[in-house]
Ligand binder design. Sequence first.
Ligand code: AMP
Ligand code: ZN
Length: 469
Amino acid sequence: MDDIRLRFYNTLTRKLEPFESFEEGHARFYTCGPTVYNFSHIGNLRTFLFEDILRRTLKLFGWRVTQVMNLTDIDDKTIRSANEAGVSLREFTDQYIQAFFEDLDTLRIERAEHYPRATDYITEMAHLVKILEEGGHTYRSGDSIYYRISTFPAYGKLSRIRLDKNLAGARVDSDEYEKEDARDFVLWKAAKENEPSWDTEIGSGRPGWHLECSAMATSLLGETFDIHTGGVDNIFPHHENEIAQSEGASGKPFARFWLHAEHLNLESEKMAKSKGNFFTLRELIERGHDPVVIRYLLMSVPYRQKLNFTFDGLHAAEQGLERVANTLRRLDHTPEVEDDGDLNLTDIVAFRRHFREGLADDLNTAKALAALHTVLRQVNTALDGEGISAEVRSALFEAFDEANSVLGVFPEAEAGETTDDDEIQSLVEERTESRKNKDFARSDAIRNELEARGIVIEDTPHGPVWRRG
Ligand code: AMP
Ligand code: ZN
Protein backbone atom coordinates (compact mmCIF):
# COMPACT_ATOMS: atom_id res chain seq x y z
CA MET A 1 0.00 0.00 0.00
CA ASP A 2 3.05 2.21 -0.33
CA ASP A 3 1.56 3.63 -3.52
CA ILE A 4 -1.00 5.63 -1.52
CA ARG A 5 0.37 9.16 -1.10
CA LEU A 6 -0.73 11.42 1.67
CA ARG A 7 -2.09 14.70 0.30
CA PHE A 8 -3.14 17.86 2.11
CA TYR A 9 -4.99 20.95 1.03
CA ASN A 10 -2.51 23.75 1.56
CA THR A 11 -4.11 27.10 2.40
CA LEU A 12 -0.93 28.83 1.22
CA THR A 13 -1.23 27.53 -2.36
CA ARG A 14 -4.99 26.75 -2.32
CA LYS A 15 -4.08 23.35 -3.74
CA LEU A 16 -4.10 19.71 -2.77
CA GLU A 17 -0.44 18.74 -2.53
CA PRO A 18 1.41 15.50 -1.78
CA PHE A 19 2.96 15.72 1.65
CA GLU A 20 6.73 15.67 1.92
CA SER A 21 8.79 16.45 4.98
CA PHE A 22 12.03 18.42 5.06
CA GLU A 23 13.73 15.79 7.19
CA GLU A 24 13.32 12.33 5.79
CA GLY A 25 10.73 10.32 7.71
CA HIS A 26 10.20 13.05 10.29
CA ALA A 27 7.14 15.31 10.20
CA ARG A 28 7.37 18.46 12.34
CA PHE A 29 4.31 20.55 12.94
CA TYR A 30 3.02 23.42 14.98
CA THR A 31 -0.57 23.69 16.16
CA CYS A 32 -1.97 26.85 17.73
CA GLY A 33 -3.21 25.78 21.13
CA PRO A 34 -5.82 27.02 23.56
CA THR A 35 -6.02 30.38 25.23
CA VAL A 36 -6.25 29.14 28.78
CA TYR A 37 -8.74 31.51 30.39
CA ASN A 38 -11.72 29.18 30.34
CA PHE A 39 -12.74 25.59 29.54
CA SER A 40 -12.39 24.63 25.89
CA HIS A 41 -15.68 24.35 24.05
CA ILE A 42 -16.31 21.48 21.67
CA GLY A 43 -15.59 23.79 18.70
CA ASN A 44 -12.04 24.34 19.97
CA LEU A 45 -11.86 20.63 20.58
CA ARG A 46 -12.95 19.87 17.03
CA THR A 47 -9.83 21.70 15.85
CA PHE A 48 -7.60 19.87 18.36
CA LEU A 49 -9.16 16.59 17.29
CA PHE A 50 -8.40 17.35 13.64
CA GLU A 51 -4.78 17.82 14.70
CA ASP A 52 -4.93 14.50 16.54
CA ILE A 53 -6.15 12.81 13.36
CA LEU A 54 -3.34 14.54 11.49
CA ARG A 55 -0.64 13.23 13.85
CA ARG A 56 -2.11 9.73 13.96
CA THR A 57 -2.40 9.64 10.16
CA LEU A 58 1.18 10.79 9.70
CA LYS A 59 2.24 7.94 11.97
CA LEU A 60 0.08 5.44 10.09
CA PHE A 61 1.86 6.50 6.91
CA GLY A 62 5.24 5.90 8.52
CA TRP A 63 6.35 9.32 9.74
CA ARG A 64 7.91 10.01 13.06
CA VAL A 65 6.10 13.02 14.44
CA THR A 66 7.14 16.06 16.44
CA GLN A 67 4.13 18.16 17.30
CA VAL A 68 4.24 21.41 19.22
CA MET A 69 1.08 22.90 20.68
CA ASN A 70 1.42 26.16 22.54
CA LEU A 71 -0.57 27.23 25.56
CA THR A 72 -1.47 30.90 25.33
CA ASP A 73 -1.21 31.83 29.00
CA ILE A 74 -0.81 35.54 28.39
CA ASP A 75 -2.89 37.78 26.15
CA ASP A 76 -5.62 40.39 26.58
CA LYS A 77 -8.21 37.80 27.61
CA THR A 78 -6.14 35.83 30.14
CA ILE A 79 -4.95 39.03 31.84
CA ARG A 80 -8.45 40.49 32.05
CA SER A 81 -9.92 37.27 33.45
CA ALA A 82 -7.13 36.76 36.01
CA ASN A 83 -7.60 40.32 37.24
CA GLU A 84 -11.34 39.78 37.55
CA ALA A 85 -10.71 36.59 39.54
CA GLY A 86 -8.19 38.45 41.69
CA VAL A 87 -5.43 35.87 41.34
CA SER A 88 -2.05 35.86 39.65
CA LEU A 89 -1.93 35.09 35.95
CA ARG A 90 0.06 31.92 36.57
CA GLU A 91 -2.34 30.61 39.19
CA PHE A 92 -5.32 31.52 37.03
CA THR A 93 -4.06 29.83 33.87
CA ASP A 94 -2.70 26.75 35.70
CA GLN A 95 -6.21 25.54 36.48
CA TYR A 96 -7.33 25.81 32.85
CA ILE A 97 -4.19 24.14 31.56
CA GLN A 98 -4.94 21.23 33.83
CA ALA A 99 -8.56 21.18 32.64
CA PHE A 100 -7.37 21.28 29.04
CA PHE A 101 -5.22 18.17 29.49
CA GLU A 102 -8.12 16.40 31.18
CA ASP A 103 -10.31 17.21 28.17
CA LEU A 104 -7.67 15.88 25.79
CA ASP A 105 -7.54 12.60 27.71
CA THR A 106 -11.32 12.38 27.82
CA LEU A 107 -11.47 12.73 24.04
CA ARG A 108 -8.57 10.28 23.59
CA ILE A 109 -6.48 12.97 21.93
CA GLU A 110 -2.84 11.89 21.90
CA ARG A 111 -0.33 14.11 23.63
CA ALA A 112 1.88 16.32 21.48
CA GLU A 113 5.62 16.18 22.07
CA HIS A 114 5.77 19.75 23.41
CA TYR A 115 3.31 22.10 25.13
CA PRO A 116 5.24 25.34 25.56
CA ARG A 117 3.67 27.97 27.77
CA ALA A 118 4.01 31.46 26.35
CA THR A 119 5.24 32.94 29.63
CA ASP A 120 8.17 30.49 29.61
CA TYR A 121 9.45 31.93 26.30
CA ILE A 122 9.52 35.67 26.98
CA THR A 123 13.29 35.93 26.40
CA GLU A 124 12.96 34.25 23.00
CA MET A 125 10.06 36.54 22.08
CA ALA A 126 11.98 39.67 23.01
CA HIS A 127 14.93 38.42 20.99
CA LEU A 128 12.76 37.91 17.94
CA VAL A 129 11.58 41.51 18.22
CA LYS A 130 15.21 42.61 18.52
CA ILE A 131 16.05 40.87 15.24
CA LEU A 132 13.04 42.46 13.55
CA GLU A 133 14.09 45.86 14.87
CA GLU A 134 17.57 45.38 13.47
CA GLY A 135 16.04 44.40 10.14
CA GLY A 136 14.02 47.64 10.02
CA HIS A 137 10.62 45.97 10.33
CA THR A 138 9.46 47.76 13.45
CA TYR A 139 8.79 51.13 14.96
CA ARG A 140 8.22 52.28 18.49
CA SER A 141 5.38 54.34 19.76
CA GLY A 142 5.57 55.08 23.42
CA ASP A 143 7.14 51.94 24.85
CA SER A 144 5.21 49.62 22.55
CA ILE A 145 6.71 48.14 19.40
CA TYR A 146 4.79 47.64 16.16
CA TYR A 147 5.42 45.65 13.01
CA ARG A 148 5.45 47.87 9.92
CA ILE A 149 3.78 45.57 7.41
CA SER A 150 4.81 47.68 4.43
CA THR A 151 8.37 46.36 5.04
CA PHE A 152 7.22 42.82 4.28
CA PRO A 153 6.03 42.73 0.66
CA ALA A 154 4.73 39.17 0.98
CA TYR A 155 2.22 40.29 3.64
CA GLY A 156 -1.17 38.83 2.75
CA LYS A 157 0.11 35.76 0.91
CA LEU A 158 -1.68 33.30 3.17
CA SER A 159 -5.00 35.06 3.60
CA ARG A 160 -4.80 36.76 0.16
CA ILE A 161 -5.69 39.99 1.81
CA ARG A 162 -4.65 43.10 -0.10
CA LEU A 163 -2.36 45.48 1.61
CA ASP A 164 -4.26 48.71 1.43
CA LYS A 165 -1.76 51.53 1.22
CA ASN A 166 -4.07 53.89 3.08
CA LEU A 167 -4.13 51.58 6.01
CA ALA A 168 -0.43 50.88 6.29
CA GLY A 169 0.72 52.82 9.29
CA ALA A 170 -2.59 52.51 11.08
CA ARG A 171 -1.80 50.67 14.27
CA VAL A 172 -3.75 48.15 16.26
CA ASP A 173 -2.93 47.29 19.82
CA SER A 174 -5.34 44.46 20.42
CA ASP A 175 -4.46 40.84 19.75
CA GLU A 176 -7.47 40.23 17.57
CA TYR A 177 -8.91 42.66 15.04
CA GLU A 178 -11.31 42.98 12.19
CA LYS A 179 -11.14 40.64 9.25
CA GLU A 180 -9.90 41.84 5.87
CA ASP A 181 -8.25 44.88 7.29
CA ALA A 182 -4.47 44.74 7.13
CA ARG A 183 -2.88 46.85 9.85
CA ASP A 184 0.41 47.34 11.56
CA PHE A 185 0.12 45.12 14.56
CA VAL A 186 1.61 45.23 17.99
CA LEU A 187 4.60 42.99 18.71
CA TRP A 188 5.42 44.14 22.18
CA LYS A 189 3.15 46.02 24.53
CA ALA A 190 4.47 48.62 26.92
CA ALA A 191 4.25 47.75 30.61
CA LYS A 192 0.96 48.87 32.15
CA GLU A 193 -0.43 48.95 35.60
CA ASN A 194 -2.39 45.79 36.41
CA GLU A 195 -0.64 43.83 33.69
CA PRO A 196 2.29 41.47 34.12
CA SER A 197 5.47 42.67 32.44
CA TRP A 198 9.03 41.52 31.95
CA ASP A 199 12.33 43.40 31.71
CA THR A 200 14.03 42.30 28.52
CA GLU A 201 16.65 43.37 25.98
CA ILE A 202 13.99 45.42 24.15
CA GLY A 203 12.63 47.03 27.29
CA SER A 204 9.92 46.34 29.77
CA GLY A 205 6.55 45.02 28.67
CA ARG A 206 4.78 41.92 27.48
CA PRO A 207 4.36 40.09 24.17
CA GLY A 208 1.47 40.40 21.74
CA TRP A 209 -0.31 37.15 20.93
CA HIS A 210 1.04 36.74 17.38
CA LEU A 211 4.63 37.07 18.53
CA GLU A 212 4.19 34.23 20.99
CA CYS A 213 3.55 31.57 18.36
CA SER A 214 6.40 32.70 16.09
CA ALA A 215 8.89 32.52 18.94
CA MET A 216 7.73 29.18 20.35
CA ALA A 217 7.52 27.54 16.92
CA THR A 218 11.02 28.65 16.00
CA SER A 219 12.47 27.72 19.38
CA LEU A 220 11.17 24.17 19.23
CA LEU A 221 10.99 23.37 15.52
CA GLY A 222 13.56 25.67 13.92
CA GLU A 223 13.10 28.48 11.40
CA THR A 224 11.46 26.20 8.85
CA PHE A 225 9.20 23.24 9.49
CA ASP A 226 6.62 21.14 7.69
CA ILE A 227 3.08 21.96 8.78
CA HIS A 228 1.31 24.72 10.65
CA THR A 229 -2.32 24.28 11.62
CA GLY A 230 -5.19 26.05 13.32
CA GLY A 231 -8.84 26.90 12.83
CA VAL A 232 -9.89 29.00 9.81
CA ASP A 233 -10.31 32.04 12.07
CA ASN A 234 -6.55 31.90 12.66
CA ILE A 235 -5.68 32.52 9.00
CA PHE A 236 -6.06 36.26 9.38
CA PRO A 237 -4.63 38.07 11.17
CA HIS A 238 -2.90 35.54 13.42
CA HIS A 239 -1.13 33.29 10.91
CA GLU A 240 -0.51 36.10 8.46
CA ASN A 241 1.26 37.96 11.24
CA GLU A 242 3.22 34.90 12.31
CA ILE A 243 4.55 34.64 8.75
CA ALA A 244 5.48 38.32 8.69
CA GLN A 245 7.35 37.98 11.99
CA SER A 246 9.09 34.68 11.33
CA GLU A 247 10.00 35.19 7.69
CA GLY A 248 10.76 38.86 8.30
CA ALA A 249 13.35 37.77 10.86
CA SER A 250 14.83 34.64 9.26
CA GLY A 251 14.43 35.41 5.56
CA LYS A 252 13.41 31.74 5.18
CA PRO A 253 10.05 30.11 4.57
CA PHE A 254 8.31 29.50 7.89
CA ALA A 255 6.00 26.50 7.33
CA ARG A 256 5.56 24.64 4.04
CA PHE A 257 1.99 23.43 4.57
CA TRP A 258 -0.79 25.41 6.23
CA LEU A 259 -3.85 23.40 7.20
CA HIS A 260 -6.98 25.01 8.60
CA ALA A 261 -10.02 23.39 10.17
CA GLU A 262 -13.51 24.73 9.53
CA HIS A 263 -15.68 25.67 12.42
CA LEU A 264 -18.11 23.79 14.50
CA ASN A 265 -21.39 25.66 14.42
CA LEU A 266 -24.29 25.73 16.78
CA GLU A 267 -27.56 26.57 15.07
CA SER A 268 -25.56 27.61 12.01
CA GLU A 269 -23.48 30.14 13.91
CA LYS A 270 -19.84 29.72 14.85
CA MET A 271 -19.58 28.25 18.32
CA ALA A 272 -17.76 30.92 20.30
CA LYS A 273 -17.21 31.85 23.90
CA SER A 274 -17.62 35.51 23.12
CA LYS A 275 -21.14 34.90 21.79
CA GLY A 276 -22.09 32.57 24.62
CA ASN A 277 -23.37 29.90 22.19
CA PHE A 278 -21.21 26.99 23.13
CA PHE A 279 -21.04 23.66 24.88
CA THR A 280 -18.04 22.52 26.81
CA LEU A 281 -17.11 18.87 26.79
CA ARG A 282 -17.89 18.77 30.49
CA GLU A 283 -21.43 20.03 29.98
CA LEU A 284 -22.16 17.32 27.44
CA ILE A 285 -20.74 14.62 29.70
CA GLU A 286 -22.83 15.91 32.59
CA ARG A 287 -25.87 15.54 30.37
CA GLY A 288 -24.98 11.88 30.02
CA HIS A 289 -23.18 11.82 26.67
CA ASP A 290 -20.28 9.46 26.11
CA PRO A 291 -17.06 11.32 25.17
CA VAL A 292 -16.17 8.66 22.60
CA VAL A 293 -19.45 9.38 20.84
CA ILE A 294 -18.51 13.06 20.81
CA ARG A 295 -15.12 12.14 19.34
CA TYR A 296 -16.86 10.04 16.71
CA LEU A 297 -19.30 12.83 15.86
CA LEU A 298 -16.58 15.47 15.58
CA MET A 299 -14.55 13.32 13.17
CA SER A 300 -17.50 12.18 11.10
CA VAL A 301 -17.31 15.28 8.91
CA PRO A 302 -14.00 16.06 7.12
CA TYR A 303 -12.14 18.91 8.76
CA ARG A 304 -12.52 21.39 5.88
CA GLN A 305 -16.31 21.26 6.05
CA LYS A 306 -18.39 23.08 8.58
CA LEU A 307 -20.09 20.84 11.08
CA ASN A 308 -23.36 21.84 12.66
CA PHE A 309 -23.67 20.48 16.18
CA THR A 310 -27.08 19.05 17.07
CA PHE A 311 -28.31 16.52 19.60
CA ASP A 312 -29.82 14.52 16.74
CA GLY A 313 -26.35 14.34 15.23
CA LEU A 314 -24.98 13.17 18.54
CA HIS A 315 -27.65 10.49 18.71
CA ALA A 316 -26.86 9.31 15.17
CA ALA A 317 -23.18 9.13 16.12
CA GLU A 318 -24.11 7.03 19.12
CA GLN A 319 -25.94 4.59 16.85
CA GLY A 320 -23.04 4.46 14.40
CA LEU A 321 -20.63 3.65 17.17
CA GLU A 322 -23.04 1.07 18.60
CA ARG A 323 -22.96 -0.73 15.25
CA VAL A 324 -19.17 -0.83 15.43
CA ALA A 325 -19.17 -2.16 18.99
CA ASN A 326 -21.85 -4.76 18.33
CA THR A 327 -20.11 -6.17 15.29
CA LEU A 328 -16.74 -6.31 17.04
CA ARG A 329 -18.30 -8.11 19.97
CA ARG A 330 -20.14 -10.50 17.72
CA LEU A 331 -16.92 -11.25 15.89
CA ASP A 332 -15.17 -11.81 19.16
CA HIS A 333 -17.71 -14.28 20.46
CA THR A 334 -18.56 -16.25 17.33
CA PRO A 335 -16.55 -19.46 16.87
CA GLU A 336 -14.33 -19.63 13.79
CA VAL A 337 -15.22 -21.98 10.97
CA GLU A 338 -12.87 -24.64 9.64
CA ASP A 339 -13.36 -23.94 5.93
CA ASP A 340 -12.93 -20.68 4.02
CA GLY A 341 -15.98 -18.91 5.38
CA ASP A 342 -17.79 -16.02 3.75
CA LEU A 343 -15.16 -13.33 4.08
CA ASN A 344 -11.81 -13.41 2.25
CA LEU A 345 -8.41 -11.92 2.87
CA THR A 346 -8.90 -9.84 -0.28
CA ASP A 347 -11.94 -8.17 1.33
CA ILE A 348 -9.72 -7.11 4.20
CA VAL A 349 -6.99 -5.83 1.94
CA ALA A 350 -9.66 -3.81 0.14
CA PHE A 351 -10.85 -2.38 3.44
CA ARG A 352 -7.35 -1.40 4.52
CA ARG A 353 -6.76 0.23 1.16
CA HIS A 354 -10.01 2.19 1.15
CA PHE A 355 -9.45 3.30 4.71
CA ARG A 356 -5.99 4.63 3.89
CA GLU A 357 -7.13 6.21 0.66
CA GLY A 358 -9.76 8.11 2.62
CA LEU A 359 -7.23 9.52 5.06
CA ALA A 360 -4.67 10.15 2.31
CA ASP A 361 -7.26 12.33 0.60
CA ASP A 362 -6.69 15.34 2.85
CA LEU A 363 -7.71 13.43 5.98
CA ASN A 364 -11.14 12.53 4.69
CA THR A 365 -12.41 10.85 7.84
CA ALA A 366 -15.90 10.44 6.35
CA LYS A 367 -14.44 8.22 3.62
CA ALA A 368 -12.35 6.28 6.12
CA LEU A 369 -15.42 5.68 8.32
CA ALA A 370 -17.45 4.63 5.28
CA ALA A 371 -14.79 2.00 4.51
CA LEU A 372 -15.04 0.77 8.08
CA HIS A 373 -18.83 0.47 7.96
CA THR A 374 -18.65 -1.39 4.64
CA VAL A 375 -16.37 -4.05 6.07
CA LEU A 376 -18.50 -4.28 9.23
CA ARG A 377 -21.56 -5.00 7.09
CA GLN A 378 -19.58 -7.70 5.28
CA VAL A 379 -18.59 -9.19 8.62
CA ASN A 380 -22.21 -9.33 9.76
CA THR A 381 -23.30 -10.91 6.50
CA ALA A 382 -20.55 -13.53 6.80
CA LEU A 383 -21.49 -14.28 10.40
CA ASP A 384 -25.13 -14.70 9.33
CA GLY A 385 -23.96 -17.10 6.61
CA GLU A 386 -21.05 -19.52 6.54
CA GLY A 387 -19.02 -17.78 9.22
CA ILE A 388 -15.42 -16.52 9.26
CA SER A 389 -12.20 -18.54 9.30
CA ALA A 390 -9.49 -18.17 11.92
CA GLU A 391 -7.06 -16.68 9.41
CA VAL A 392 -9.51 -14.06 8.18
CA ARG A 393 -10.56 -13.22 11.68
CA SER A 394 -7.06 -12.49 12.84
CA ALA A 395 -6.40 -10.40 9.70
CA LEU A 396 -9.57 -8.49 10.47
CA PHE A 397 -8.52 -7.73 14.02
CA GLU A 398 -5.17 -6.53 12.76
CA ALA A 399 -6.88 -4.26 10.22
CA PHE A 400 -9.21 -2.94 12.93
CA ASP A 401 -6.27 -2.18 15.22
CA GLU A 402 -4.66 -0.25 12.40
CA ALA A 403 -7.86 1.71 11.72
CA ASN A 404 -8.31 2.42 15.38
CA SER A 405 -4.77 3.73 15.68
CA VAL A 406 -6.17 6.76 13.83
CA LEU A 407 -9.84 6.75 14.83
CA GLY A 408 -9.38 5.99 18.52
CA VAL A 409 -13.06 5.14 18.97
CA PHE A 410 -13.18 1.38 19.43
CA PRO A 411 -14.35 0.11 22.77
CA GLU A 412 -11.46 -0.40 25.08
CA ALA A 413 -11.32 -1.33 28.70
CA GLU A 414 -9.18 1.46 30.04
CA ALA A 415 -7.01 0.93 33.06
CA GLY A 416 -9.17 0.76 36.14
CA GLU A 417 -12.36 0.76 34.13
CA THR A 418 -14.44 -2.41 34.15
CA THR A 419 -16.80 -3.58 31.48
CA ASP A 420 -19.49 -6.14 32.08
CA ASP A 421 -18.75 -7.90 28.77
CA ASP A 422 -17.30 -10.99 30.43
CA GLU A 423 -20.16 -11.26 32.85
CA ILE A 424 -22.68 -10.98 30.03
CA GLN A 425 -20.81 -13.53 27.98
CA SER A 426 -20.89 -16.05 30.81
CA LEU A 427 -24.61 -15.45 31.37
CA VAL A 428 -25.21 -16.07 27.68
CA GLU A 429 -23.22 -19.31 27.92
CA GLU A 430 -25.07 -20.36 31.04
CA ARG A 431 -28.36 -19.77 29.23
CA THR A 432 -27.27 -22.04 26.36
CA GLU A 433 -26.23 -24.66 28.86
CA SER A 434 -29.55 -24.48 30.78
CA ARG A 435 -31.47 -24.81 27.55
CA LYS A 436 -29.48 -27.90 26.66
CA ASN A 437 -30.35 -29.31 30.08
CA LYS A 438 -33.97 -28.30 29.57
CA ASP A 439 -33.81 -26.01 32.61
CA PHE A 440 -36.11 -23.48 30.97
CA ALA A 441 -36.89 -21.67 34.18
CA ARG A 442 -33.21 -20.76 34.51
CA SER A 443 -32.75 -19.92 30.83
CA ASP A 444 -35.81 -17.65 30.87
CA ALA A 445 -34.59 -15.96 34.04
CA ILE A 446 -31.26 -15.26 32.38
CA ARG A 447 -32.92 -13.93 29.28
CA ASN A 448 -35.03 -11.58 31.43
CA GLU A 449 -32.02 -10.36 33.32
CA LEU A 450 -30.11 -9.72 30.10
CA GLU A 451 -33.10 -7.94 28.60
CA ALA A 452 -33.30 -5.71 31.65
CA ARG A 453 -29.66 -4.80 31.02
CA GLY A 454 -30.46 -3.88 27.44
CA ILE A 455 -28.87 -6.98 25.91
CA VAL A 456 -30.44 -8.59 22.86
CA ILE A 457 -29.64 -12.24 22.12
CA GLU A 458 -29.97 -13.70 18.67
CA ASP A 459 -29.75 -17.42 18.07
CA THR A 460 -27.76 -18.11 14.91
CA PRO A 461 -26.54 -21.35 13.29
CA HIS A 462 -23.19 -20.66 15.02
CA GLY A 463 -24.72 -20.31 18.44
CA PRO A 464 -26.13 -17.27 20.22
CA VAL A 465 -24.74 -13.78 19.61
CA TRP A 466 -25.52 -10.83 21.78
CA ARG A 467 -25.46 -7.12 21.37
CA ARG A 468 -26.47 -4.06 23.26
CA GLY A 469 -29.91 -2.99 22.07
P1 AMP B 1 -8.69 29.74 21.41
O1 AMP B 1 -8.66 28.95 22.69
O2 AMP B 1 -9.80 30.74 21.35
O3 AMP B 1 -7.34 30.36 21.13
O4 AMP B 1 -8.97 28.72 20.24
C1 AMP B 1 -8.29 27.53 20.10
C2 AMP B 1 -8.52 26.93 18.73
O5 AMP B 1 -9.90 26.65 18.51
C3 AMP B 1 -8.09 27.83 17.58
O6 AMP B 1 -7.30 27.08 16.68
C4 AMP B 1 -9.39 28.26 16.93
O7 AMP B 1 -9.22 28.44 15.54
C5 AMP B 1 -10.28 27.08 17.21
N1 AMP B 1 -11.72 27.42 17.23
C6 AMP B 1 -12.34 28.44 17.84
N2 AMP B 1 -13.68 28.39 17.66
C7 AMP B 1 -13.93 27.27 16.92
C8 AMP B 1 -15.11 26.63 16.40
N3 AMP B 1 -16.35 27.13 16.61
N4 AMP B 1 -14.96 25.51 15.68
C9 AMP B 1 -13.73 24.98 15.46
N5 AMP B 1 -12.58 25.52 15.93
C10 AMP B 1 -12.67 26.65 16.64
ZN1 ZN C 1 -0.81 30.62 17.15
